[in-house]
Design a protein around this ligand. Structure first.
Ligand SMILES: [Zn+2]
Length: 303
């Protein structure tokens, strides 16, 4: 029996084939090409077809778990994703099951990553976890009393939309000064234009983000203000969430932290009494492990 785990990101799609021995046999990754909802369905189907080549019997693949950014309507299994450009919604489960002879489980990507760290990573020995993902955007997932807490629309713990500075810019959610508009990879990258001699890289926003961090490490004063402000803003949002939830551990993952592990130290400096750990599985794998954990949980429920 095999599962396939899929992590749909804003810039990459990762997919892994998971064996009964509880390990990935093969992981593949492709650049995101989701111009339309149908293009996303096609890219997921292509990834599944590629992975099916690595098992002798395709019927051995019984379930597919998917982590995807956005709100999920359980009744229709429709995903509404502003960050992927589908605010109008895609009936993802319906479209996939029309093409694939397996059960499909869909979860918000940060929730899936929290599950991944809970079952296989830094949260293995904790029952109450706040997982924070700092990537293109800022997301979070909650494990409370040993169970994933999703909320009504799978958006519980959307830490990225805690307002930190109402004088700041307008966020994608319509409010002003959310932590996401200050401290996400995208927000930091956009501020690269403030640096001396910087030429924005319109094709690769991640490089702009890395440019700001690079300038920060070189001692650039403008970069220092940008990065310190981002770290303080994230720490402030995490502090609010910790006061509300009292977790055993705060795990910080996502692409920005993977590329810049010392960013966690800057956040930790403002939160000396909180148990903060980096994601153990890494930016890509937290979500993939979480996607197969979804399959495990779902199959256990049915037994
Ligand atoms: Zn917002």
């Amino acid at each position: 029996m095999f599962y396939i785990g899929i992590d749909v990101g804003a810039t990459k799609l990762a997919a892994g084939l998971w064996s009964a021995e509880e390990q990935f046999i093969k992981i593949i990754e492709s650049d995101s090409n989701y111009i339309t909802g149908e293009a996303l369905v096609q890219q997921i189907c292509d990834a599944i077809s590629s992975l099916m080549n690595f098992t002798p019997d395709k019927s051995n693949i019984t379930m597919i778990g998917i982590g995807i950014p956005g709100r999920i309507d359980d009744a229709t299994q429709t995903v509404f994703s502003d960050s992927l450009g589908f605010p109008e919604g895609i009936p993802l489960k319906k479209r996939l099951t029309e093409n694939i002879p397996c059960e499909v489980i869909i979860e918000n990507d940060a929730n899936a990553a929290a599950l991944g760290e809970f079952y296989y990573g830094a949260g293995l020995h904790s029952k109450n976890i706040l997982y924070v993902s700092v990537g293109t955007g800022i997301g979070a997932g909650l494990i409370l009393d040993g169970r994933l807490y999703t909320g009504a629309c799978h958006l519980a713990g959307e830490l990225g939309h805690i307002v930190i500075n109402p004088q700041s810019e307008i966020c994608t959610c319509g409010r002003k000064g959310c932590v996401e508009i200050i401290a996400s990879g995208k927000a930091i990258g956009k501020k690269a234009v403030c640096l001396n001699k910087h030429i924005p890289n319109k094709k690769n926003a991640t490089q702009d983000t890395q440019e700001v961090f690079h300038a920060y490490h070189e001692g650039d004063q403008t970069a220092s203000i940008i990065i310190e402000d981002a770290a303080w803003s994230l720490a402030s949002a995490i502090h609010d969430a910790v006061n509300l939830l009292d977790p055993d551990i705060v795990i910080i993952g996502g692409g920005v932290v993977k590329e810049q592990p010392k960013f966690i130290e800057l956040i930790r400096k403002h939160l000396p009494h909180i148990n903060i750990h980096p994601a153990q599985l890494g930016a890509k794998l937290s979500g993939l492990y979480g996607s197969v954990a979804l399959c495990n949980l779902h199959s256990t429920k049915k037994e």
